[in-house]
Design a protein around this ligand. Structure first.
Ligand SMILES: Cc1cc2nc3c(=O)[nH]c(=O)nc-3n(C[C@H](O)[C@H](O)[C@H](O)COP(=O)(O)O)c2cc1C
Length: 159
């Protein structure tokens, strides 16, 4: 079985999640950072996992476009969807729901809210200002949920 993992990241958290999933899957996995190149979800792939991170309420535009452009074919695959974000609970779920088309969410075997990380040395001055103003945070924080990533990978492997 071949699996395609398509992701985007700003500071590495969604990439860490994508790499963890790759390492936990028994399949032949192709990992693609959409920022660098695009691999279509071709016939070769039985499973397609798509993930990104949330900034100012939105997932990366290229992730949205990838889902829209390939929606018909994605609906014929086993799919998994995930986000990295700092908000938790209902807000995280709302962000997840607005990140991916409803029909794709409903068709997916696994969905993941993996938490997030804020690392100030990776941010530019504008990002630091936003985080300080909006969240009143000025020190590194990690809410990355490795357990949720493992459960996601097991779920999609077992289904
Ligand atoms: C400028 C900026 C804006 C952000 N906006 C949000 C947001 O609207 N909602 C949220 O839950 N997290 C937000 N975050 C937190 C990111 O989702 C979190 O840092 C995540 O781990 C980023 O993953 P990445 O490194 O893969 O891009 C923001 C972070 C930054 C730096």
């Amino acid at each position: 079985m071949a699996t395609l993992i398509v992701y985007m990241t700003s500071h590495g958290c969604a990439e860490k999640a994508a790499e963890m999933i790759r390492d936990l899957m028994p399949d032949d996995v192709t990992l693609v950072n959409l920022e660098k190149f695009e691999t279509p979800p071709s016939e070769k792939f039985e499973t397609v996992i798509i993930g990104g991170s949330i900034r100012i309420g939105n997932i990366q535009r290229k992730i949205r476009k990838f889902c829209e452009k390939n929606l018909d074919i994605l609906l014929t695959k086993r799919t998994g969807l995930f986000i990295c974000c700092m908000f938790e609970g209902d807000t995280a779920l709302e962000q997840f729901n607005s990140a991916f088309p409803e029909v794709l969410r409903k068709n997916s075997i696994a969905t993941g809210l993996f938490g997030g990380e804020l690392e100030f040395e990776k941010m530019n001055a504008f990002e630091r200002m936003i985080i300080k103003q909006v969240a009143n945070i000025s020190e590194d924080v990690s809410k990355f949920n490795e357990k949720a990533v493992r459960e996601f990978a097991w779920k999609i492997s077992d289904a």
